[in-house]
Structure formats: structure tokens, C-alpha cells
Ligand binder design. Structure first.
Ligand code: F6R
Length: 569
């Protein structure tokens, strides 16, 4: 959550534009407010350096419209916010400045000893202007003065931040815990970003900060420290092949990403049948499975729903007890026996709840396998084996293509399917996409106040994911339910304003019960001819959710209150 982007160069150039472009790409990480701070270039009449800060409430477009004339500069830092503490307003948005406006900070994460920090600042007569934890950072940096590499001794929690000040025109970075922060460079600029996706295509090398690192960027020198000692870090070659702003002719990323599903399914089948590294990983996993008597599959939100489906597939195919967990519900008391194996599913690879769940699994020495879209992420790095989801970046907040990818990969890593099954599945997925709006008719009226989605078995898990997608982008209350359970309570909710989507052809009793109470029922047939076909059945619901959002003038790429990468507990 929240995005950090900054640039520093030895010669004055349009770094404000570069920062705004970076923030625009990071917007998916939070979009309730944004801001930048840049150094005013020295002029002949003005030798003093000064920081200018511009902030706005709303998405990056609001900020762009406030930044007039875009002066040239050598340093600019920016932030897009998803509020955790302190309401959404200009004052609370980043960058936050020290009391004397000399140091500016953009920050992701939470300062857990905030009140202790406030006491320290109070004892030094420093008054804070906002209730936001970030504001303590520039003020403590001010107190530390030349000892800023000691900052980790003063701050508790998980955080990354980037600071600049009027004294030096340098950048100072720090990281504690799991949150990502990268430095990238091209021939004339150094970039700071919380996601490599935002780096421009000219970037040719990157390096990631590690836990308890600090870093100082002075002109074109990049100096790394751990616990105040200078350290060396190795740079990785970087090639940005993806142009994040490209919607490929679609009006939203969500639609573009749904439309990519058949090609991604094809790409996965091809890589998972031919790529030597992946095939070796599959063999290693299958050996581990043979040694296990229980598999735990963990994830949050859509990734949890993929876990739920895979738990059913694994139990059936492997005949091994397999349990799906919402990551945040796996706790120390969950019975994890010693011959267990864990699989974590994550698009971003940075989800704090899943990382916390990995702490528990690792404490109990349970081997962890990841199904992860971002293979450079923390979750991938902390796993024994990472199976790449091969989806390319997913920008829309609502996860679509990654859901299908995780399920397909889960199926492929435990079982070999014939070429015929693969081919039929791809063809079927293409057909489902083409006919999605015919398969699941959008009702004539969208005059309903609640939606139930019902199904049995895997169709129930698909119903849960469908309900998440619909509520996430349309703001209509929507619940997924096991078909027969409806009559055990929720049926009391059904009235003439209820829409029900039934998944599969084995739920006609429940459909009749809903219709008898005035509810509207539409059916999504499940095609069982091919064992993989159920994966593509989510597509008509994803498109239904998209259409519903657009019929209510909601931008499905940026639903209110949400962010793509949930890096807070
Ligand atoms: C829903 C959605 C979220 C994520 C969840 C986990 O459309 O996108 O529910 O699935 O926040 O995120 P990852 O998969 O990045 O761990």
C-alpha cells in the first residue's frame, strides 16, 4: 500500500515529470492522496536551496493538475497514499516535513512506537502538525543530524522511507522489515521506487534494500550501510519490457487483463511443459508431497479463493489432506504437524498477512512453496521454491488473470494432463471469453440491492470469488454461499430486490426457493467436459462485475478504499 517514487540527477532536468510518471504507475498501490517535494534549482540571484512541496487529495491526475510550469530540478521525491492512520486530507498526505520545513520524507509502512517518538520530539520542543506517524521521521532525522544511519534504533515497525533535505540535496533511504524499496539507475538519473514496475525503460540496473539497510545517494554515488557500517551490494541487470500505461485499446486495465486470460493459460501450459527449471521444480515438489501427510494452502482475498479451489483439487487428486487457510487466520495454535507442506499464493508477493503467516510456518519448520506473480518479491524470496504465475503485471485492483493462473499452475504441478486436455482447455477458455456476455446475461435492470451467488463444491469456491469481484468493483452487497445453506438462514434476506447467480446445474432447488420469494435468478452453466475447464468459468462473472461497475459509473480499476498490494497487517 502506498507508493514511493523519487529521482536524483547530477544535472537539472525534468525530474518532476519523471516522478509524476512513476507515481502514476504506482497509483494502484493507493490513490486517496498524493504529493511531491522537489529542490528549487539555485539561480544566479538565489543561491539558497529550498524545498517545494505540492500535495493533492485524490488520484495522481489531481496532483498533475496542481503542478504548474514543472521547473527543472536535481531532486524530486513523491508518494501516493492509501491512508492507514489519519484521515484522507492534504495535511495528512506525504511528503511530510520536519517542523522547520528543512527535511521531507515519503514513507510506506507503520511506525509502531509512534507515541514514544512523539514523547521524544515533545521533549525537544518539536510540535507535530498531523496525526500521521510518518511525520515523526523527518523530525527524528533532524534531531539525529549527522547520525541519521542510527535511525533504526529510534523507529519500530515495518517501514521504508526516502528523505531529502535542504542542507545537502542528497537522498537518504532506510528499510526495516519486509516492505520493498528499490534503487534503479540509467545513464543520467537514479530512481527510488517501491515497485520496479514504475522504473522507466531506460533503467539498466537495480538493487533492492534489505532489512535494516540505510542508503545515502550523494550526486551519483550510492552508499549502503547496515547498522552504521558501510556495506557493498550487488546490482542486478534490469530490463523493463512492460509499458505499464498501455491498456492495449481497452478502456480499463480490468477488461484488458481479463482479455489476456486465454493467452496466459497458453503461455503457462507451454512453460510448465517445457521450461527445464520449472520441470525440475515440479519434480522437487512432487517428491516433497510424497513425504507429506498434510498440505496447507494459504492466501488472502482472491488468492485465498484460488487456495480453496486447489485444496479441493489436491485432496481429490493426491488423496492427501489439504487445508486452505485465509493467511491471517493461520495462527500459532493451528495444528501443523511435522510432515506438513505449505503453499502460499500471492500476486504481489508483498501481502503482509501472508508474510506473517509465513513467519508462523517457518517457525514450525514447514517447507514453503510459493505460487507468485512477482518473482523478485519478498514472498518469492522467502520460499523454498517459487512457481512463477507468468501473468505480467496486474494493474487493476481487482485480481482476475492471476486467479486463473494460480489455479492452472496448481493443477499442473501435481498432475500431468494430456496434450488433448491442454488444447481443449485453451480453446474452451477462448470461447468462454468471446461469449462471456451471452453465457451470463446481464439482467435488464440493475435495480437490485443485494446479490447471492450460489454453488456446490468447486462452484461454491467460484461463487465466493465471484462475490468478492462483484462487491469490490460495484459496491453492491454480494455474498457467495453453498447452495443448500441458503435455506438455513440467508433465505430470510431474499426479496424482489435480490439477484441470485447460480453456478452449475445442480442447484435448481435453491434457485426455485429464491424465485418463490420474488428474487431474480440467472444461471452460469459449468462445463465439466474437460477437467481444467472450470478455471475459465470465472471469466463471465469477472465481465459481469466489470459491466456492473461501469453501469454505475465506477472505475473498476480503482475501487474506493482499496489498494492493489496490501502491505499492512
Ligand atoms: C481481490 C484482490 C485481493 C487480493 C489480496 C491478496 O480482487 O485483488 O483480494 O487477492 O489482497 O493479494 P496478493 O495476491 O497480492 O497476495
Amino acid at each position: 500500500m502506498c507508493g514511493i517514487f523519487g529521482c536524483i540527477s547530477q544535472h537539472s532536468q525534468n525530474l518532476i515529470d519523471k516522478t509524476l510518471q512513476g507515481l502514476k504507475i504506482l497509483e494502484y498501490r493507493g490513490y486517496d492522496s498524493a504529493g511531491i517535494t522537489y529542490h528549487n534549482a539555485k539561480t544566479q540571484t538565489n543561491t539558497e536551496t529550498k524545498l517545494t512541496t505540492i500535495k493533492s487529495v485524490g488520484d495522481i491526475e489531481q496532483l498533475i493538475s496542481k503542478v504548474k510550469n514543472h521547473p527543472q530540478t536535481t531532486v524530486c521525491i513523491g508518494h501516493t497514499r492509501w491512508a492507514t492512520n489519519g484521515e484522507v486530507n492534504i495535511n495528512n498526505s506525504h511528503p511530510h516535513l520536519s517542523y522547520n520545513n528543512e527535511i521531507a520524507v515519503v514513507h510506506n509502512g507503520i511506525i509502531e512506537n509512534y507515541s514514544e517518538c512523539c514523547d521524544l520530539l515533545k521533549a525537544n520542543d518539536i510540535k507535530l502538525k498531523t496525526p500521521v506517524d510518518t511525520e515523526v521521521i523527518p523530525n527524528i532525522l533532524y534531531l539525529l543530524h549527522d547520525n541519521k544511519h542510527n535511525i533504526h534504533k529510534y523507529l519500530q515497525g515495518q517501514y521504508v522511507f526516502c528523505a531529502t533535505d535542504i542542507y545537502s540535496k542528497n537522498l537518504f533511504l532506510a528499510k526495516k522489515g519486509n516492505l520493498p524499496l528499490y534503487i534503479g539507475r540509467d545513464n543520467d538519473t537514479i530512481y527510488i521506487t517501491s515497485d520496479t514496475l514504475a522504473l522507466p525503460t531506460s533503467t539498466n540496473e537495480i538493487v533492492a534494500l534489505d532489512d535494516l539497510d540505510t542508503c545515502e545517494i550523494i550526486d551519483n554515488q550510492i552508499l549502503f550501510f547496515k547498522e552504521n557500517q558501510s556495506i557493498k551490494k550487488s546490482w542486478q541487470p534490469f530490463n523493463q519490457s512492460f509499458i505499464a500505461s498501455d491498456k492495449n485499446g481497452f478502456s480499463t486495465y480490468m477488461e484488458k487483463e481479463i482479455n489476456e486470460i486465454p493467452d496466459i493459460m497458453q503461455r503457462i501450459i507451454s512453460s510448465y511443459s517445457t521450461d527445464k527449471t520449472i520441470l525440475q521444480q515440479i519434480q522437487a515438489l512432487r517428491a516433497q508431497i510424497k513425504n507429506s501427510n498434510c498440505i496447507h494452502i494459504c492466501g488472502c482475498g482472491t488468492s485465498y479463493h484460488a487456495a480453496l479451489i486447489l485444496s479441493k483439487v489436491f485432496e481429490k487428486e493426491l488423496q492427501i489432506r489439504t487445508i486452505a487457510h485465509v493467511s491471517s487466520e493461520l495462527n500459532q495454535t493451528t495444528l501443523l504437524n511435522e510432515k506438513a507442506l505449505a503453499i502460499v499464493i500471492s500476486q504481489s508477493g508483498e501481502t503482509a498477512d501472508t508474510l506473517a503467516c509465513m513467519d508462523i510456518l517457518q517457525n514450525q519448520k514447514i517447507p514453503i512453496i510459493a505460487l507468485c506473480n512477482i518473482t523478485t518479491s519478498t514472498i518469492a524470496k522467502r520460499s523454498e521454491i517459487t512457481f512463477p504465475l507468468l501473468c505480467g503485471p496486474e494493474i487493476a485492483v481487482a485480481s482476475t488473470k492471476v486467479f486463473c493462473a494460480a489455479i492452472l499452475i496448481g493443477c499442473l504441478i501435481i498432475k500431468n494432463y494430456t496434450q488433448k486436455i491442454h488444447n481443449e482447455f485453451i480453446q474452451n477458455t477462448r470461447k468462454t471469453l468471446q461469449n462471456a456476455r451471452k453465457i451470463l446475461h446481464f439482467p435488464n435492470t440493475n435495480d437490485f440491492s443485494k446479490i447471492f451467488i450460489i454453488g456446490k463444491g468447486i462452484a461454491h469456491a467460484l461463487a465466493l470469488e465471484s462475490a468478492l469481484k462483484i462487491k469490490e468493483v460495484s459496491y453492491i452487497h454480494c455474498e457467495g454461499y453453498p447452495a443448500n445453506e441458503l435455506k438455513h438462514g440467508p433465505l430470510s434476506m431474499v426479496d424482489t430486490t435480490t439477484l441470485a447467480i447460480t453456478i452449475g446445474d445442480n442447484v435448481s432447488n435453491t434457485a426455485a426457493e429464491i424465485q418463490a420469494r420474488g428474487g431474480t435468478v440467472i444461471n452460469l452453466p459449468i462445463d465439466n467436459k474437460n477437467p481444467l475447464n472450470f478455471i475459465g468459468q470465472i471469466i463471465p462473472v469477472q465481465i459481469f462485475a466489470l459491466d456492473l461497475a461501469q453501469s454505475k459509473n465506477i472505475n473498476p480499476d480503482k475501487p474506493r478504499n482499496l489498494a492493489k498490494s496490501v502491505t499492512v497487517l
